[in-house]
Design a protein. Structure first.
Ligand code: NAP
Length: 306
């Protein structure tokens, strides 16, 4: 069985950041990725909030550059799917993929997660052309425009409130007559003159031409559907961390995020976690890279015994 110092599960920004640091520290490193190196940035059109690119950069381009930089210092990058892990409490931990098995002194979990989708017509077509899952990333593209937020939880109101600092108006569309969000966020939303609530409504379709310019909504009380003008739609109906393959192995919060300390150490020595799969992640590109670097340094200290 091939042996590594550091085995990183997930090749998004956090995993590639971790791989860069651990391979440059001369640790034998492998990054295993299931779909595409770059992760969420690979499917992001324009990135304007990552330092070092004052004019912004296309997500696929940044992914390619991050991948190349991580390979440059000797990290092995492989396309395989991790299906199970075992012997995590032993000095050599084992990772099984769909094709191989590997052992490693340390494992860094950087498996990310995915935003829940509404699954209605137009959502995929207008993704990046009006439909977004990240207000902090994309709000500036809608400066001075009217947008909607879908969802009634903390994330919807928190991100909706952030949007009101940038866009002209935010309408939160929620499927019930009661919001799920905490009372304090509800009070702030009601007091915010730039935020409206449209309760008992669902979005049935995203519409437009090249870019989205309206949504088809349905009033669940009356059963009537009508078009609602909006150039942006921010979907906040939940986030699913990719931690299923670790079920019962590592402690998680109720939603499946893996708990860690500030150095990205989990409760098992030699196992680290970084990026969106981690509890309390900021879910930002910059913070994911920072998490990955912290995890790689923690793995380095663990291996060197200091
Ligand atoms: P959440 O609390 O699970 O809320 C998801 C919202 O989306 C709910 O209002 C839900 O409606 C709605 N929803 C789910 N599926 C839907 C669908 N198919 N169509 C329409 N609406 C749908 O998720 P979250 O807001 O992402 O928050 C996740 C966790 O992070 C929570 O523990 C939250 O407290 C925490 N968080 C906290 C903060 C903060 O404290 N500032 C900020 C962000 C997140 P129903 O209510 O009808 O189920």
């Amino acid at each position: 069985m091939e042996q590594f110092d550091v085995l990183i599960i997930g090749g998004g920004a956090a995993g590639l950041g971790a791989g860069l640091y651990s391979s440059r520290a001369m640790l034998k490193t492998m990054v295993i990725e299931k779909i595409g190196f770059g992760g969420q940035i690979l499917v992001t059109d324009e990135i304007e909030n990552y330092p070092g690119f004052p004019k912004g950069i296309k997500g696929p381009e940044l992914s390619r550059m991050m991948e190349e930089q991580t390979r440059r210092f000797g990290a092995e990058l492989k396309y395989e799917e991790v299906v199970a892990v075992e012997q995590l409490d032993r000095p050599l931990k084992i990772v099984h993929t769909s094709e191989n098995s590997y052992c490693a002194k340390t494992i860094i979990i950087a498996s990310g997660g995915s935003h829940k989708k509404l699954g209605v017509p137009g959502e995929e077509d207008y993704s990046g052309k009006g439909v977004s899952y990240c207000a902090i990333c994309d709000a500036n593209f809608f400066r001075g425009e009217e947008v909607i937020v879908v969802g009634g939880g903390d994330a919807a109101l928190d991100e909706g409130s952030y949007l009101t600092g940038i866009v002209e108006k935010v309408t939160v569309i929620h499927r019930r007559d009661q919001l799920r969000a905490s009372k304090i966020l509800q009070e702030r939303a009601l007091a915010n003159p730039k935020m409206d609530l449209l309760l008992n409504h669902v979005v049935e379709e995203f519409r437009g031409t090249d870019l989205m310019d309206r949504v088809l909504t349905k009033n669940l009380k009356t059963g009537k559907s009508y078009e609602f003008p909006a150039t942006g739609a921010f979907i906040y109906i939940g986030f699913i961390p990719n931690s299923g393959f670790l079920k019962g192995v590592l402690p998680t919060d109720d939603l499946g995020h893996i708990n860690s300390d500030i150095q990205m150490r989990t409760s098992i020595p030699g196992i680290f976690v970084c990026g969106d799969v981690r509890t309390h992640s900021e879910r930002q590109l910059g913070s994911a890279v920072g998490d990955g670097i912290t995890a790689a340094l923690a793995a380095y200290h663990y291996i060197s015994g200091d």
